[in-house]
Write a protein that binds this ligand. Structure first.
Ligand code: NAD
Length: 450
């Protein structure tokens, strides 16, 4: 029996007004973008439209209020979110972001990207994501701990090692994961290290997790360099964002002999044509909280970073950074999307016209969730691997995922982003068929995974 196709009018999502979502006018709604790309993948693979109908929005979305007593005795009530996109492949999994511009649609989009990442990497997870509207720099350490614990108290019923597993993201780190784990253990009255990943090593964190996303980014860059027939020696790179992902990417590029000539963060940037001294810059930014003012390098302002003549550009900050304004400035042969959703639709079109090779976010930055998976597996076994073993396993998984996406790109003559969506969607569709949620109908292409 052929699955009846949903009527397009019923599947369309109504984009919410930008002001309501806390999005500046110039920015695109990432939720609308991810839905558009999902639908395109379903259509290109000639899958039943019901697959899109199920995947287009999260199965569960929760908004919570987190009242915190501030150091001055007043009470502030913060808003937090958790989105659980789909759990057909396993428990939902994804980071928690602390940022003043967090909004519902951003969190929903990020959770769909997590489903796709896990599917592409072949991990037994669905996609989840969380966020709190807050500027953590305005909180004392005690207030930040209260907020982290409060977030977990409000979500306790819907998270857990076999339900939904948080992790670090923008402005959250192993210490915050440690507080969250402790709060959950207290509520449940037992030790449950597998309820969260990216936690301190002493509490069951995995060796190599802190470095995993940046390491994975560099593994995909090296794969791209190979496929494009470039000589890695003498290649140059520029990086936007110098937090966990950006700084680790810089470190591993530097170790591979690729010269990092420019980096920036929210407070400013630096450029040095001969290559920045990355070990010294890591120490400097750790001590000062920014790369701005790094001695011996020229300062970069505004959009200047985009115009730096680097062979590789790595956006490692936030969404919508490569746009119709900034994409024309880029000269990079390879754009490695370390951040989630860094390229707007217009920016993407411009990169395609320029012939840049884009390593899409859902492939490029999936090293983080991969080692989070290894952490969760080690927690379940109560047996911990040496760092080399973690790194080897990560490298094997990332290379395999790159290869599957690259082959899809060649076989279907589609860009790398479309190819990555097609790989992710085809695995999710297979689970929907296997669970009987969607009847296979007339599927023209066989499974990628058999
Ligand atoms: P982070 O908070 O550690 O670092 C963010 C960095 O971006 C900081 O250096 C900040 O100053 C900089 N930044 C913010 N706005 C900027 C701007 N307008 N211009 C330049 N720099 C700016 O966050 P992170 O964990 O490194 O995450 C960065 C990106 O990578 C996010 O998109 C996140 O979702 C994605 N990501 C993170 C992980 C992970 O394991 N941490 C995994 C996958 C994807």
């Amino acid at each position: 029996m052929t699955e009846p196709q949903s009527r397009p009018d019923e599947t369309a999502e109504v984009p919410r007004p930008k002001a309501e979502m806390n999005l500046p006018e110039a920015e695109e709604n990432p939720y609308v973008v991810v839905q558009r790309l999902l639908k395109k993948a379903v259509e290109t693979l000639e899958l039943p439209l019901s697959v899109y109908e199920i995947l287009k929005k999260p199965r569960r979305f929760m908004t919570v209020s987190i009242p915190i007593r501030m150091d001055d005795g007043s009470v502030r009530n913060f808003t937090g979110y958790r989105s659980q996109h789909c759990d057909i492949l396993g428990p939902t999994k994804g980071g928690v972001r602390f940022h003043p511009e967090v909004n519902e649609d951003e969190v929903k989009a990020l959770s769909i990207w997590m489903s796709l990442k896990s599917a592409i990497l072949g991990l037994p997870y669905g996609g989840g994501k969380g966020g709190v509207i807050v500027n953590p720099r305005e909180l004392s350490e005690r207030e930040l701990e209260e907020l982290s614990r409060g977030y977990i108290r409000e979500l306790e019923a819907i998270i857990g090692p076999e339900k939904d597993i948080p992790a670090p993201d923008v402005n959250t780190n192993p210490q915050i994961m440690g507080w969250m784990l402790d709060e959950f253990d207290r509520l449940r009255g037992q030790n449950m290290p597998g309820m969260i990943t990216g936690k301190p090593i002493i509490l069951g964190g995995s060796l190599g997790r802190l470095e995993a996303t940046g390491r994975g980014v560099v593994i995909t860059i090296l794969e791209a360099v190979k496929r494009l027939g470039l000589n890695p020696w003498g290649l140059t790179a520029s990086i936007q964002g110098f937090g966990n992902v950006g700084s680790m990417t810089a470190r591993f590029l530097h170790e591979q002999g690729i010269k990092v000539i420019a980096v920036n963060d929210a407070l400013g940037g630096v450029f040095k044509e001969e290559g920045l001294d990355i070990p010294a810059l890591l120490t400097f930014s750790r001590e000062t909280g920014t790369v701005a003012g790094f001695p011996g390098a020229r300062p970069l302002r505004g959009n200047e970073l985009f115009a730096v003549p680097a062979d590789i550009f790595v956006p490692a900050a936030l969404e919508n950074q490569i746009t119709d304004e900034t994409a024309p400035l880029l000269q990079a042969k390879i754009v490695a999307e370390a951040a989630n959703g860094p390229t707007s639709s217009e920016g993407d079109q411009i990169l395609r016209e320029k012939g840049s090779f884009v390593i899409p976010d859902i492939l490029c930055n999936s090293g983080g969730v991969t080692v989070s998976y290894f952490e969760w597996v080690q927690n379940a076994m109560h047996y911990y691997w040496p760092e080399e073993e973690v790194n080897e396993k990560l490298c094997a998984k990332m290379r395999q995922a790159f290869d599957v996406v690259y082959r899809m790109h060649l076989e279907h003559q589609v860009d790398m982003r479309s190819a990555a969506y097609m790989v992710g969607v085809s695995r999710l569709a297979e689970a929907l068929f296997a669970r009987g949620w969607v009847k296979k109908g007339k599927m023209s292409r066989g499974s990628l995974f058999h």
